[in-house]
Design a protein around this ligand. Structure first.
Ligand SMILES: Cc1ncc(COP(=O)(O)O)c(C=O)c1O
Ligand SMILES: N[C@@H](CCCC[NH3+])C(=O)O
Length: 443
């Protein structure tokens, strides 16, 4: 397993993260356990902020909180001079409860409810990223009722669709997000937005996909959005103050993944913007980006205890851990690949190939296929790396399995930032109608 950030193998042959022996973490906090390498998270935030500072452009780096949204993470984002992208009242509430400055919050989503818009206006967030005309007019009406004017970016689909390892230039007619550039709906949206009384149109937003390893998709998006900006200025006399190029910067899950350095992605974007707007004698807009996965993904490790195993001669050997698709649904959803190691026997050579299964009643509940490991025994600790993004955030209580705790580790200390769910939490919102009431079994 590749050792990200502060991960290392200590003299006991145990995996250590943030100066904490993971065996100790398992004893203190239990398993499954999400472990977040705080130093690596902060380092990634700084890489973005420093790369933008070096460009000399005005910028905001908004952490896409959908990747991992808990209050402690919002605190880190604020401390590291980031803005924050939220997509629901839940993410907004988390940020506000954490004391994140509302003016640096951007609200996304293709179906914001009127209640969410009201909440965000009342909180005085910095910007809405508007996805469609219904939302645009609803937002204008709600803002008018409140006597407020709201800042807005319009989300456009620039016709650059990025996939995991490739980008293809197509019209994105079949996307639920945003205003299409190619079919004129983006143009119409600008016309309407710029004429609405309680909308202040700042510019446009584009997000081409996620887990992208090349700069070309971003530079193509920069070109398309910039050309659109120039056209809009000429034809509608509207000047964009902000261009947001979204997130999507790739990370290394396994050795097949070849991400660029943060600075390389940022330079490609800022160089593209500078050359384009320099040429068009257009005041260079402020550039915003929204990295999620690349801020937290590599910093996360999930620690499990190995339980049972099953060997099917001539087929495969399964080892089962005390978590699975409930804490990491990404294999079940996308067949995502991960690396892992026996964290309490980290120096031992691999002797067998196993498939790591979870504990759900679901055949697809797997984490890794064909993992090379020393022979795992009941009670061993399995660490799966690179689980910081879209794991806790997408965790579920399927089979009424409790969500694990999350700890931040740094300089030998571990802080619980999300408590492990209890059995009481599991039934916490259940209500038994009066007519069905019966004495509970006392445990
Ligand atoms: C609009 C928007 N911004 C930002 C992100 C964050 O993307 P990533 O986590 O790949 O950086 C996403 C998710 O893909 C998104 O949809
Ligand atoms: N949930 C996805 C990423 C979605 C990105 C958000 N637009 C993943 O786990 O990779």
């Amino acid at each position: 397993m590749f050792l990200h950030g502060t991960s290392t193998i200590n003299d006991k042959g145990h995996l250590e993260i943030g100066g904490c022996d993971v065996q100790q973490l398992a004893e203190t906090h239990g398993t499954p356990l999400y472990i977040v390498d705080e130093q690596l998270v902060r380092q990634r935030c700084r890489e973005y902020v420093e790369a933008f500072r070096a460009s000399g452009l005005q910028f905001q780096v908004a952490y896409a909180s959908k990747a991992f949204c808990v209050m402690a993470m919002c605190r880190i984002a604020e401390e590291e001079d980031m803005s924050l992208d939220v997509v629901s009242d839940g993410e907004l509430f988390t940020a506000l409860q954490a004391g994140f400055p509302a003016a640096r919050i951007h609200f996304h989503g293709n179906n914001k409810t009127p209640e969410e818009m009201e909440m965000a206006i009342d909180a005085k967030i910095g910007c809405f990223v508007v996805d469609n005309l219904i939302e645009l007019h609803m937002l204008n009406a709600i803002a008018a009722d409140k006597g407020e004017t709201v800042k807005v970016l319009l989300r456009i689909t620039p016709g650059v669709e990025a996939h995991t390892h490739e980008y293809i230039s197509t019209g994105q007619t079949d996307s639920k997000f945003g205003f299409d550039l190619g079919n004129g709906s983006a143009y119409t949206a600008i016309q309407q937005a710029s004429s609405l009384s309680h909308i202040e149109l700042l510019g446009v937003h584009s997000h081409i996909g996620s887990q992208i390893f090349e700069v070309e998709g971003f530079t193509m998006a920069v070109e398309k959005v910039s050309a659109f900006a120039v056209q809009i200025r000429q034809e509608l006399n509207v000047t964009f103050k902000v261009i947001n190029l979204g997130g999507g910067f790739g990370i290394r899950y396994t050795e097949g993944d070849t991400p660029l350095l943060v600075a390389q992605y940022v330079k490609a974007i800022t160089d593209g913007i500078k050359s384009y707007f320099g040429e068009a004698s257009y005041p260079i807009p402020e550039i915003w980006v929204e990295p999620g996965r690349s801020i937290v993904g590599e910093a996360g490790t999930t620690l499990y205890t190995v339980g049972t195993s099953k060997h099917i001669p001539g087929v495969r050997k399964y080892i089962a851990v005390d978590g699975g698709m409930t804490d990491n649904p990404r294999f079940a959803l996308y067949e995502s690949k991960y690396e892992a190691m026996l964290a309490n026997r980290a120096n031992e050579k691999a002797t067998e190939t196993v498939t790591v299964a979870g504990k759900c009643c679901e055949s697809g509940d797997k984490l890794i296929i064909d993992l090379e490991l020393p022979e795992a025994k009941t009670g061993d600790l399995l660490a799966v790396s690179c689980t910081g993004a879209y794991n806790y955030a997408m965790a579920s209580n399927y089979n009424r399995i409790r969500k694990p705790a999350v700890v931040f580790v740094k300089d030998g200390a571990s802080d619980v930032v999300v408590k492990r769910e209890s059995l009481d939490n599991i039934v916490g919102l259940d209500v038994i109608p009066e007519r069905m009431k019966k004495q509970a079994v006392t445990l």
